[in-house]
Ligand binder design. Structure first.
Ligand SMILES: Cc1cc2nc3c(=O)[nH]c(=O)nc-3n(C[C@H](O)[C@H](O)[C@H](O)COP(=O)(O)OP(=O)(O)OC[C@H]3O[C@@H](n4cnc5c(N)ncnc54)[C@H](O)[C@@H]3O)c2cc1C
Length: 464
């Protein structure tokens, strides 16, 4: 019998565990994760023997201690403008306060030497406005993939004697009992008074089944679709040197859709991402000077919001990603010049390009994959960005597709991020409330504080 079971050891789960150990030392806490412990997480893609995803189970990029964030670029954006809607549940001020608190912990556990950037009052903001672009407000701590890993290692060291970790242990079932919750996994069960579910994007299908089983309402109506752009770092240097990560939004003239930049990686690399067997594209960058490349990459995404009767926005995104996997065997890469001329990129054209791809993707034609409305929006945005970063619309700019940002269905939660079942909390990306490291982490701290308050008052759940 545990006091609290946490399902998922991504940023949400880790920060819940951390905060519970701080607030209630001696509490019996178990954390289950379907993936490996941090040191055992290794993606076999080495670019030589293994060039593309071979579908490991569990996937070391998405699963294990550190969650999907473990090998991420470690950009902790402190803002209510993007990265989730936590503020809708707990208020803007509280959400920002918790994100700053998470930042303090990251700094204390190894992120001390890293830089915090801020967009407010910058010349770029004005330049964007003058060119029909909007720069969103944020402070961003860039840990980098390497320091992010060190921070995770240090947090694990601090937690491992206070929390029971079960790695390579996928929770299969979760049942409500009179005393609380019972989680079943291969070879055993664990019972607790309270349960925090933090299963991220990779656990979205499982989350859906748990919501069905426990009759928790959900909704799903959004997906973001687009490409990852890769170009010489010099073209974006005046932006990335000052801000590192800038979220820029453009409203297209043709369809009045919003297109936005997402996940900017100065002098970084483009990588594959495997979500439930579908290969999409993403990006990384490193703090370590030796690992930096000559290219910068970022995503351009178009948000699609669906209305009734269509409910399966992720299914729509998956179908488009599957199409690119079907045509390219994985991710497709195309020169912007080829896209504009209505022809596919070939191996030869990519080799002759002045931009050297950092991901071995299949040369192809993205216009055969992306819906016209999305593609037109991306092309318009590339020309808009060309006005603030001349060279963006060069023929040799590389576009990788598809990048899909799946949004987990939103789980019906109250202001404590608690379901209709007392003592059952859902946090992080798996709840649909967050889509980022800092929001997911902050939601973990928040729920831990709720539980700690209840325990101090003598009850783990309302029923106790
Ligand atoms: C390549 C990449 C780069 C990224 N870069 C950034 C970035 O720079 N900045 C940013 O803000 N965000 C970034 N993100 C997104 C960020 O990583 C996520 O928003 C964040 O990790 C969400 O945290 P989470 O705890 O909610 O879920 P996750 O990190 O997804 O963790 C969920 C965990 O739950 C486990 N799990 C799932 N189902 C079960 C089950 N049934 N039983 C047991 N365990 C289960 C999984 O194994 C996983 O470890 C990136 C994502 C990727 C993939």
């Amino acid at each position: 019998m545990y006091d609290v079971i946490i399902i998922g050891a991504g940023p949400g789960g880790i920060f819940s565990a951390y905060e519970l150990t701080q607030r209630c030392p001696g509490l019996k806490i178990a954390v289950f994760d379907a993936g490996h412990s941090l040191e055992r997480r290794r993606c076999p893609i080495d670019g030589v023997k293994v060039k593309s995803c071979i579908g490991c189970k569990p996937c070391s990029i998405m699963n294990g201690f550190g969650g999907a964030g473990a090998f991420s670029d470690g950009k902790y954006n402190i803002t209510n403008d993007f990265g989730g809607t936590l503020y809708e549940y707990i208020g803007r001020e509280k959400a920002l306060k918790l994100m700053h608190y998470v930042d303090e912990i990251n700094v204390r556990y190894g992120g001390g030497g890293t830089k915090m950037y801020s967009t407010s009052g910058t010349a770029l903001k004005t330049l964007c406005m003058q060119n029909s672009l909007q720069l969103l407000e944020a402070s961003v701590r860039h840990l980098g993939t390497d320091i992010n890993y060190v921070v995770l290692q240090n947090i694990y060291e601090a937690l491992k004697d206070k929390v029971s970790f079960f790695f390579d242990t996928r929770v299969q079932k979760l049942c409500r009992t009179e005393r609380g919750y019972v989680a079943s996994y291969e070879g055993g069960t664990a019972e607790s008074r309270a349960c925090i579910i933090s299963v991220g994007r990779s656990g979205s299908k499982w989350m859906e089944s748990i919501c069905d089983q426990l009759q928790i309402k959900t909704k799903s109506n959004r997906v973001d679709i687009g490409v990852r752009v890769e170009l010489p770092a010099a073209i974006f240097a005046h932006i990335t040197d000052e801000l590192y990560e800038s979220k820029i939004v453009y409203r297209t003239k043709k369809f009045e859709d919003n297109v936005r930049t997402f996940c900017m990686n100065p002098r970084g690399i483009v990588v594959n991402e495997n979500t439930n067997g579908i290969i999409t594209v993403n990006g990384h960058s490193f703090e370590d000077e030796a690992k930096k490349t000559e290219n910068t990459n970022f995503a351009l995404l178009v948000s699609k919001h669906f209305s009734e009767p269509f409910k399966d926005s992720n299914g729509y995104g998956e179908s488009i990603a599957r199409l690119s996997n079907m045509l390219g065997g994985g991710v497709i890469v195309q020169r912007f010049g080829d896209l504009e001329r209505g022809r596919r990129s070939t191996k030869k054209r990519i080799e002759e390009s002045t931009v050297h791809p950092t991901l071995a993707a299949t040369p192809g034609d993205l216009s055969l994959v992306l819906p016209k409305r999305v593609l037109d929006g991306i092309i318009e945005m590339i020309y808009a960005l060309d006005r603030i970063a001349p060279g963006t619309a060069n023929d040799d700019t590389l576009l990788y597709g598809v990048e899909v940002k799946f949004y987990n269905m939103e789980v019906e939660l109250d202001e404590n991020l608690e379901t209709r079942h007392e003592g059952l909390f859902v946090i992080g990306d798996g709840s649909g409330v967050t889509h980022s490291l800092s929001h997911a982490s902050a939601s973990g701290v928040y729920v831990a504080q709720c539980i700690a308050k209840r325990l101090a008052a003598g009850v783990a759940s309302h029923e106790g």
